[in-house]
Design a protein around this ligand. Structure first.
Ligand code: RTP
Length: 155
């Protein structure tokens, strides 16, 4: 048997309604671009309760779950798929700790947020969830397969 083709790692990253309302979309996309990851999916989206609840189903028993779903539904979000080596862990580092008061300066939450319930951005917490969340938010058709034509600075 020949070599097995390994699909590149992807993370589902989402700018939450507060990030959109505050005009941080360009800033956040720019940080992922400059890092060297590749944008494979992008849309502005008013999400439904079903998708928000499915996305956060692991938190369904938490007391803040209804407020979290209401927050995600409160306005459009920007859904993104970023691809690259180690992107899941790296995206979490770029985003910063869940509670923005604990996030380091230089991270997105460290630079732009104060409250855990308004922490601007989401990033998948595992490779498996990167795939699961991408399927949930983009379905089969939303993600674009493309490769940069020149990438010596990435290899
Ligand atoms: P995310 O999924 O949004 O990237 O956040 P995360 O992994 O850093 O944090 P997680 O524990 O999965 O929590 C998901 C989101 O729930 C909201 N949250 N509110 N005490 C609270 O009010 C509270 N704790 C968490 C945040 O929006 C968090 O990002």
């Amino acid at each position: 048997a020949g070599p097995v083709a390994v699909r590149a790692e992807i993370s589902y990253v989402m700018i939450k309604p507060d990030g959109v309302q505050r005009g941080l979309v360009g800033e956040i996309i720019s940080r992922f671009e400059r890092k060297g990851f590749q944008l494979k999916g992008l849309k502005l989206f008013q999400c439904t309760k079903d998708i928000a609840e499915e996305h956060y189903k692991d938190l369904a028993s938490k007391p803040f779950f209804p407020a979290l779903v209401e927050y995600i539904l409160s306005g459009p979000v920007v859904c993104m798929v970023w691809e690259g080596e180690g992107v899941v862990k790296s995206a979490r580092k770029l985003i910063g700790a869940t509670n923005p008061l604990e996030s380091e300066p230089g991270t997105i939450r460290g630079d732009f947020a104060v409250k855990v319930g308004r922490n601007v951005v989401h990033g998948s917490d595992s490779v498996e969830n990167g795939e699961r969340e991408t399927a949930l938010w983009f379905g089969k058709d939303g993600v674009v397969a493309w490769e940069p034509t020149i990438k010596p600075w990435l290899v």
